[in-house]
Every structure is written in structure tokens, then in C-alpha cells.
Design a protein around this ligand. Structure first.
Ligand code: FCB
Length: 457
């Protein structure tokens, strides 16, 4: 096979992503920490986040060195509201200084931070007052955002208001697997709406305070495919896509809030509150209608049993779906787009190199359609605390492995690969052969010039 190279633009951003609670350690003043202490099967094997990757204790800086060694030039991290505002209206100077130190360390290494303001966790005081169900929640959040921008705007211009509003709302308020453990469609929708209002208020506020800011949010896109040709499966797939993806996206695009069967409302202030949109993409699910699943409105889903899938209830590992997700968001918004998360749970790093190559090939394809895809943040830099999966070894996401006993780090093969890609801004047949030989054919289907046939007339 001849050599081939996929080129990425010189100004493309190469990054990794983390979130505060998953890496900092000792985040003891938020609702997740509280949930972890309650035990009773909430988290895999009764795990608690504990020291996590000890970023708060000082290891952020050494992991920032690792980002630089990977040749990345951006990193997406979140700041923890409960540290900055431990009780309503009181501000923790030491916490703000620690974040200043972390952001400063990133910038010193030439790594542009993208800061997420809400990544699943809430201060205890906020949760105790009703959390995201409370009508004042957007206002409480806005106070925090105002403080964060006042204190950190000289170190950051890329802000991600809210991480995955749909995932946060559905796991906390519909399935009840995450705090506060509520199971109600109505609560799910109320929380989702409040998060969108909070996003919009933050967008306006940040622009008032920092005109050059670039503000967006990270939308988790799961792909829902009918499991068969049955019209009922098709309807079920449409319905779950609407509740999980469509309602949020439409509100952001048009300002119209139209949840199924729950009336309509105009949220004019939400319309157009994005400078860019972020997509978090991981997997695809086959959807089936089932009369026995009444609690979930007859909708059931699982990974295609004949395709590669992740552990437990994780979906199908379908890297090409990243292209579908980008295409959908591009068509709907036409905005600059970042892949704010993309990754794979893979304890032994058997599948990750291939996942990276195949996913980035989809990004490359989108860029070559001239769609404004500006950067890619791999989830994650380091193994970390994976919410309800805790430290379940099957849910290791890092380019760098972490031994949580000793805090020792080990660069994985996939990390070496990602470093080569970020450094050269290319994907080559040679890289594919070295890191994922089984994927060469899929990545580079042509055989090169020697395969051209001369046709004689
Ligand atoms: C995303 C979350 C992130 C991490 C990855 C695996 O949904 O945003 O915190 O848990 O999944």
C-alpha cells in the first residue's frame, strides 16, 4: 500500500478534557461527594471519589507537563462552584487562587484553557435549597459566573457554560442513577429548561463583562437508531432523540421550548446564545419499542449485539457516528464547532488507538467539507473518577493511566499516538500500521497509485 496522509489545519486545536470533581480530589462540599458517602449501591463497589487524581493537592501541574509532552495546545477543565462559593454569597479566596495557579500553569505551557462552569456537581447549599428544580437556580448560578469571570477572565476567553445539560438532567432526574436520585419526566424537563435559562443568562453576562469571550456549551449527542424496520421502533427512536437531543437543540436554535406532550413555551432569551457549539460523542444505541417498558414510555435501548460495544450498559463503539453528530449540529447551527469530548472506556488500551484514528478521520472529513470544526478534546488526559462507575477498571478513559493507590502515571500507547498526531497535525498510513494495524484498511481504503488500472480503448 502506498503512503497517504490526512492533514489537519495549522490552527486546529488539539486538546484533552477533564472535569473538576473527577480529577481534583477532596471535593467534599458538593452534592456528588454527599451521594458517594451514602453508599447503598449508588457507585460501583461502594467507591468514593477520595483523592481522585490529586489535582487540588498539587498534581495538576505535573499533569499539565504531560499535556505539553503530548503536544496539545488546549485543555478543557472545569472549575468547582462549591469550592469558589462554599456557602451562598461567600467567596473562597484560596480556591480562586488555586484556579489562577492552574490556569496560569496551562498558559505558561502554551495550552489555551477552555473552562467549563458547570460539570455535573453543585454546592451542597444549592442542592439543599432545591438545586436545579428551584426557579432561582439560574440566578444563583449567575452570581457564581459573575465572580468566576471577574477573577479569571484575564486567564481565559473560552467558556463552556454547562456540560451536557441533557445527561445531567436525565441521570439525576429521570433515571435517578445520579444525585439527587429523582425519577420523573416532569422533573427532567424542568431541570433541563432551567439549565438552558442558566446558560443563556451566563452567555449574556459573560459577554457584558468580557466582550472578546467565546461562549458555548457542550452537548452530548447519543445516536439513536431504530433496532428494526418496525414503525414502532422508528417512533421510539424518534421520541427518545427528541427528548434527549432535539428539545435542547431546538430551544438553543429557535428559543422555542417544545417538550413532547408537555405544552410549548417561548424562551426568547435562549435563542442564539452560542458563539460555538461543543459536541461530546461516545456511542450509538439501537432503540426498540416494548410494551413491558412502561416506566420509560415503552422505549428500550441497547448496543447492537453484533457490533463492538463498551462495558455494562455502554453503547455501541461506533466512531463514524462522530461525523453524523457534527453534521447534525453543523446543519442546525452553522457555528464554529468543537469536539468537547470524545473517548472510550478501555482498561487495557486495546481499542483506544483505533478509536482515536477512526474518530479523527471523521473530524478530518468534516473539516474537508469546509465545516468549521475548530478543535478536538480527547476524554480524557488521565484515568479519573467516572461518576456512578467510580474507579471500575473497565471505565478507564485516560491517555495516561493512573494507579489510584500510588498516584503513579503511565503513558499509554494511545497517548503516544495522540502526541504524534498533535505534533505533526496529520494521520498517516505509517501511524495506522504501527498503532492499529487492524484499522488500516478502514482508514485508508484506497490502495494508492499502483492500483490504478490503465484502460486501453
Ligand atoms: C461524559 C461526561 C464526562 C465523562 C465522560 C466519560 O458524559 O461529560 O464527565 O464522564 O462522559
Amino acid at each position: 500500500m502506498a503512503e497517504a496522509t490526512l492533514h489537519f489545519p495549522p490552527d486546529f486545536l488539539w486538546g484533552t478534557a477533564t472535569s473538576a470533581h473527577q480529577v481534583e480530589g477532596n471535593n467534599a462540599n458538593n452534592d456528588w461527594w454527599d451521594w458517594e458517602q451514602k453508599g447503598e449501591g449508588r457507585i460501583f463497589d461502594g467507591h468514593t471519589s477520595g483523592l481522585a487524581c490529586d489535582w487540588w493537592g498539587g498534581r495538576a501541574e505535573e499533569d499539565i507537563e504531560r499535556m505539553a509532552a503530548l503536544h496539545t495546545n488546549t485543555h478543557r477543565l472545569s472549575i468547582e462552584w462549591s469550592r469558589i462559593e462554599p456557602s451562598e454569597g461567600s467567596w473562597n479566596r484560596a480556591a480562586l487562587d488555586r484556579y489562577r495557579a492552574i490556569l496560569g500553569a496551562l498558559r505558561d505551557k502554551g495550552i489555551e484553557p477552555m473552562v467549563t462552569l458547570h460539570h455535573f456537581t453543585n454546592p451542597l447549599w444549592f442542592a439543599q435549597r432545591g438545586g436545579w428544580l428551584h426557579p432561582d437556580a439560574p440566578r444563583w448560578f449567575q452570581n457564581f459566573v459573575k465572580k468566576a469571570i471577574t477573577e479569571l477572565a484575564d486567564l481565559c476567553t473560552m467558556w463552556c457554560t454547562i456540560n451536557e445539560p441533557n445527561v445531567y438532567a436525565s441521570l439525576g432526574y429521570f433515571s435517578g442513577r445520579w444525585p439527587p436520585g429523582t425519577q420523573s419526566l416532569d422533573s427532567y424537563l424542568r431541570v433541563l429548561k432551567n439549565l438552558l435559562l442558566a446558560h443563556a443568562a451566563a452567555y449574556t453576562l459573560i459577554h457584558d463583562m468580557q466582550p472578546q469571550a467565546e461562549v458555548g456549551l457542550a452537548k452530548h449527542i447519543a445516536l439513536w437508531r431504530p433496532a428494526s424496520r418496525s414503525p414502532l421502533d422508528w417512533l421510539a427512536a424518534r421520541a427518545i432523540d427528541r427528548v434527549f437531543n432535539g428539545v435542547t437543540l431546538n430551544a438553543l436554535e429557535t428559543g422555542e421550548w417544545r417538550p413532547p406532550l408537555k405544552g410549548e413555551e417561548t424562551l426568547g432569551q435562549v435563542k442564539g446564545t452560542l458563539d460555538w457549539i461543543g459536541v461530546n460523542y461516545y456511542s450509538r444505541y439501537d432503540v426498540r419499542f416494548s410494551l413491558s417498558a412502561l416506566k420509560s414510555l415503552g422505549i428500550t435501548y441497547r448496543a447492537n449485539p453484533y457490533a463492538p460495544k463498551g462495558p455494562e450498559s455502554w453503547g455501541e463503539l461506533y466512531p463514524d457516528g462522530l461525523y453524523e453528530a457534527i453534521k447534525r449540529l453543523h446543519r442546525q447551527f452553522g457555528l464554529p464547532l468543537y469536539i468537547t469530548e470524545n473517548g472510550i472506556p478501555d482498561e487495557h488500551d486495546n481499542k483506544r488507538p483505533r478509536w482515536i484514528l477512526e474518530s479523527l478521520r471523521q473530524v478530518w472529513k468534516a473539516i474537508n467539507h469546509n465545516w468549521p470544526v475548530k478543535g478536538y478534546y480527547f476524554w480524557s488526559l488521565v484515568d479519573n473518577f467516572e461518576w456512578a462507575e467510580g474507579y471500575d477498571p473497565r471505565f478507564r478513559f485516560g491517555l495516561v493511566g493512573v494507579d489510584f493507590e500510588s498516584q503513579a502515571r503511565t503513558l499509554r500507547q494511545s497517548g503516544e499516538l495522540y502526541a504524534e498526531i498533535a505534533q505533526t497535525r496529520t494521520i498517516t498510513t505509517d501511524m495506522a500500521r504501527r498503532y492499529a494495524p487492524q484499522a488500516v484498511e478502514a482508514l485508508f481504503p484506497g490502495k494508492g497509485p499502483e492500483d490504478l488500472r490503465v484502460v486501453s480503448l
